[in-house]
Write a protein that binds this ligand. Structure first.
Ligand SMILES: [Zn+2]
Length: 287
């Protein structure tokens, strides 16, 4: 297997952004990460290497309208991407409810070098078809940046899945046909809804970052071989799925084993592990 790209990592525990104890506790509380501690980048790289992961998408998380601070800010994402520019691809997040959201997003693209936008509508309690979400997507369109939406149920505190049902993203995906969208977690547990969007819209992608039921080996099988038809991934979704772990909730090497356990054809694995993520970013090759 050549290079693997992990399209779904929350760098909540990455040591270079965990120096402030109060901030670290706030973040873990917000994101429901308990009994976890910061991890050095060297150790992290070794963990990623176990699954041949050479490049990862780092997702910012900003639902700061009420709380006053983002769980993972764009400054923190930008700092990490500066430390490891070949490995980290940073996604900015802004709270669509904040008056300065548009300005912050433009700044993330023009000054902080971030590669796209990550939004969690479940946590911001906004429907995906809200006009404030549309306005931010318009800006992504201006700068030709892809968008990652949390979709399906969200395990974080104060987040509700009525705001992130996969089918409710249809309007925004249809309205911005020039932007690539990723529905994370394959919209679990509404994976058939997600599959339907993937075959209908050329600009719709999904990632495999699944939640914690059983272990990844069992859950990947359940989702991609039982909840979906046995051959849907190979026959219909080979160009639309991207590997993602949802680390730190699931360790990348375990998630990768779940994907390996599907025993997909080598050319399909190559697409899911790497090629689709490059296409999603609008790139031919990594750096
Ligand atoms: Zn996640």
């Amino acid at each position: 297997m050549s290079t693997v790209i992990d399209t779904h990592i929350h760098p909540a525990l990455f040591a270079p952004i965990c120096e402030d104890g109060d901030r670290f506790r706030f973040r873990c509380n917000e994101m429901n990460y308990h009994l976890m501690s910061p991890i050095d980048l060297d150790l992290l790289k070794k963990q990623l290497a176990l699954a041949d992961i050479r490049c990862v998408f780092l997702l910012g998380e900003d639902c700061s309208f009420e709380k006053g601070q983002a769980a993972i800010s764009n400054d923190e994402i930008a700092h990490l991407t500066e430390l490891e520019p070949e490995m980290f691809i940073g996604f900015a997040s802004v709270d669509p409810r904040s008056p300065d959201a548009e300005e912050k997003l433009r700044f993330a693209f023009t000054e902080q070098g971030l590669a796209g936008m990550a939004l969690n509508t479940a946590k911001c309690r906004l429907f995906p078809y809200d006009e404030r979400v549309f306005r931010l997507c318009e800006i992504c369109g201006e700068y030709a940046k892809p968008v990652i939406f949390h979709s399906g149920i969200c395990l974080e505190r104060d987040a509700f899945s009525r705001y992130s049902r996969p089918a409710d993203f249809e309007e925004v995906i249809a309205a911005f046909s020039g932007i690539n969208f990723c529905l994370t977690h394959t919209g679990w547990p509404w994976v058939q809804e997600t599959a339907a969007l993937l075959i209908k819209y050329p600009n719709a992608f999904a990632n495999t970052a699944l939640m914690s039921f059983d272990g990844p080996l069992q859950l990947y099988h359940k989702v991609y071989k039982e909840d979906m038809g046995e051959f849907w991934v190979e026959h219909n979704l080979a160009d639309k799925l991207m590997f993602g772990s949802d680390s730190p909730r699931i360790r990348p090497v375990r998630a990768k084993r779940g994907l390996d356990g599907l025993n997909l054809r080598a050319d399909v694995m190559e697409k899911i592990c790497c090629r689709n993520a490059l296409r999603f970013l609008g790139k031919e090759v990594l750096l």
